[in-house]
Design a protein around this ligand. Structure first.
Ligand code: GRG
Length: 300
């Protein structure tokens, strides 16, 4: 029976519909910022495409609780804003110094370092505005929890901490534990928050929240392992960002420590663990189960 439910789920159609909904909401979330240069720089990176995996995870987790996922849209948008901000800052000369992102020149290449930093700042703060002031249908106690989650994820306990560790490790010998610390903080934390926040908006009970945390921890790490693999095996054209960058920057990655096959195997094991955690909700969890598979099978 469970097999039948899974196979009748049309994931490509689901993904396209969810992406389109997210694109419309992202566009609507940016207002008439002034001056024009700031407005353009914010729109340039936020509306540049991207897989929109984080907002879709947020909407799907909300759906799993039985709540209308439209209620999670402002938070989904906020998460994509934090993600985009982190990409803009990550690409700066003082960080990864990259020229290509989402198939276009990076924000600072077009608008200069100062505007890129400020556009990132404006997206980060707009994210908190989306949750606190633009989510009228969500009870305030739930919004407060989400603001707490996102504060932790964006700051020193999350992305910033992971980024600093990553910068400090460049060109050094790094062991698996340190690599995992970097991945969990730089990448895993926001993916996890995407799932958890969607579930919080839907008022998920503790048992479901715990299962979703396990699911999200595993997909978060698997996502970054595959990111490392694709950096070696794919091209800049397909990825929309500079392929082979980890090698050039002398970064430690999963393929460097474990090899490509073992890395892929580890990612698949993590995805198995993620899917196992939400199996009891199988009927309603089809989108999250399919998204887990997508994370390891994606080509960009
Ligand atoms: C959030 C306050 C704050 C600071 C940011 C720069 C920084 C601190 C952190 C870097 C975080 C970073 C860029 C991590 C890499 C995560 C990653 C694998 C990004 C690629 O995600 P995809 O493949 O990209 O989902 P698209 O373009 O599809 O959205």
């Amino acid at each position: 029976m469970a097999e039948t439910v899974m196979s009748s789920f049309d994931f490509p159609a689901y993904l396209t519909k969810a992406r389109n909904r997210v694109e419309v909401a992202l566009d609507a979330a940016l207002g008439p910022e002034r001056p024009n240069q700031l407005r353009e720089a914010m729109r340039y990176s936020l509306l540049a495409g991207g897989k929109r995996l984080r907002p879709i995870l947020c909407l799907s987790a909300c759906e799993l609780t039985g709540e209308d996922s439209e209620k999670a849209m402002s938070t989904a948008v906020a998460i994509e804003m934090i993600h985009t901000m982190s990409l803009i800052h990550d690409d700066l000369p003082a960080m990864d110094n990259d020229d290509l992102r989402r198939g276009r020149p990076t924000n600072h290449k077009v608008y200069g370092d100062a505007i890129a930093i400020l556009a990132g700042d404006a997206l980060l703060t707009r994210a908190f505005e989306m949750v606190s002031l633009r989510s009228p249908e969500v009870p305030v106690e739930r919004l407060l929890k989400i603001i707490g989650e996102l504060s932790l994820v964006a700051g020193a306990p999350g992305l910033v901490g992971g980024q600093v560790e990553d910068l400090e490790c460049e060109g050094k010998e790094v062991d698996l534990d340190t690599l995992e610390f970097i991945h969990v903080h730089k990448t895993g934390a926001l993916l996890k928050a995407s799932v958890v926040c969607g579930a919080l908006i839907g008022g998920a009970e503790e048992k479901l929240l715990a299962a979703l945390r396990t699911y999200a921890n595993s997909i978060g790490l698997a996502f970054q392992i595959i990111d490392d693999v694709l950096d070696v095996t794919s091209s800049s054209d397909v990825l929309g960002k500079t392929a082979g960058k980890d090698l050039i920057a002398d970064k430690t990655t999963y393929p460097k420590l474990l090899g490509l096959d073992e890395s892929r195997k580890k990612a698949k094991e993590l995805i198995g663990k993620a899917k196992e955690a939400i199996k009891p909700w199988e009927g309603k969890a089809s989108p999250l189960l399919a998204l887990a598979d997508y994370i390891v099978s994606r080509d960009r």
